[in-house]
Structure formats: structure tokens, C-alpha cells
Design a binder for this molecule. Sequence first.
Ligand code: IPE
Ligand code: IPE
Ligand code: MG
Length: 252
Amino acid sequence: MICITMKKEVLVLALSDKENRPVPEHIAIIMDGNGRWAKNRGLPRTAGHKAGGETFRRIANYCRTIGVKYLTVYAFSTENWKRSEEEISGIMGLLERYLTEALRDMEKNAVTFRFFGDLSRLSPKLRKLCEDAQTRSSEFHEVQVNFCLNYGGRDEIIRAAKAFAADVAAGKRTADSLTETDFECYLDSAGVPDPELVIRPSGEMRTSNFLPWQSAYSEFVFMNVLWPDFKPADLDKAIEEYYRRNRRFGGA
Ligand code: IPE
Ligand code: IPE
Ligand code: MG
């Protein structure tokens, strides 16, 4: 059943279960399984990444429809540079195309973009697209997509530690007074609440360096479906599983 609820100033559609529990505010997804999807069809891996991109569009739209406020997706990891040049350039080409279209349709889609990861290793063209998408979409407030590109959780923590150390050296901070909340301001995810739910399709049961800090208390749902086959109904299933979990945060 679908119901209309007021959330902040925005009218959003929210999934409603028997107990009227709201959808998670922040869902994070490891978009995995593109290569196997392509292999199963005798297609090149890039065809899997293209199909995965289409799934991302559908799922991002669906998240907006059901009232998810933040969607964080793992698109390319710091470890994915180990892949063949052909596959990497295929992925980068698809990202360029996607962002060019997103910039073109920005007003219509009203999605806010943020990028997590070290963008300095991307091509100047892709980096510029990321920066433009982030700047031009900052006025929208409906749904925020955090795109993890050349992202690694350990790399993110190291970059944050370096930035903090630089502030200490500049006399802006003292090492002793550092708290978890202060440190979060140095992470790529500064200002974004932690995800309540992390989903990994593809059957793998590991996190592969995705959001280690932010997911410390997230609920994980591992699913046996390859990302290009992932449907809105699979997201519903993951949310239903999330509703069944008992989150204690260390309490009794
Ligand atoms: C995820 O799909 C996309 C990226 C890592 C860029 P994979 O390409 O890892 O697909 P599998 O895991 O080999 O099936
Ligand atoms: C994680 O998938 C990274 C992305 C989905 C972008 P991988 O396919 O790279 O992870 P492993 O190698 O199976 O751990
Ligand atoms: Mg994979």
C-alpha cells in the first residue's frame, strides 16, 4: 500500500507497511554482478556495465518515488583499477555519458549529486562533469545520490586523517580534542547521515571497502540477484528484511 506522508517541507510518497514504518532515510548499494550478467549472455563485460547503468536509473527513480532521501551507490572502487584497460575505459565512457545526460535533464529529474572518492585520478573531462553535476544540482532537495567513484573506504579515512593532520599543523585544531563527530566532517560523506541499510546484490557476502566508517551500525542485506537484474521489487524485499531486523546499537 502507498500512503502520502509529510516529511520536512516536502511531500513524499512513502512505502507503508502494516505498522506504517517509514522507508530508510539512507540506502547504500554495492552495484555488483554486471560482469557475470554479461558473461551469462555471452556478451562483453561492458554490456553488463551498460545494463547496470540502466538499473541504476530505474532504482534511483524508484527511491525518489518511495521517499528515500539519500541513495549511495558504489560505482567504481579504488581496487577496480586492477581491471583491463578496455573494461576501465568502457566504464569511464558510460559514466561520462550518464553524467552528460544527467546535466542535460537536471531540472526535470531534480536529483542532488554528491561524489564520494578521490576524483583526482579521473580524467579531467569526467572530473569536470562530476564537479558541474555537484554544483548545478545543489539547489535540489528531494533526493540525493552519492556516487562513489574511485572510492575506497580505507582511502577515504586516510584522506580524512591527512586533512585533519594538516589542520592540526596549521594550528586550527588540537589532536587531543578530536571526537567521532569532528572526524566525520573530514570524510567524503560529511553532513550525510549514516545509511540504515546497505544492500549487496550478486551473491557476494563482503563489503569490498565500501563505507567502513559509515556502515558501522548499518543493516546489511545480501541478495542473490545480479545488479542488472535488480528490480524495484528487490529493493522492496530488502526494505522488508530491514523492517524485520532489531537494531540495538549496543543496547540491551
Ligand atoms: C560491478 O560489477 C561493477 C564494478 C565493479 C565496476 P562487476 O564488474 O564487479 O561484476 P562481477 O562481479 O564481475 O559479476
Ligand atoms: C565492489 O565490487 C565495487 C563495486 C561494485 C563498484 P567488486 O566486484 O569490485 O568487489 P570484489 O572484487 O568482488 O570484492
Ligand atoms: Mg564484482
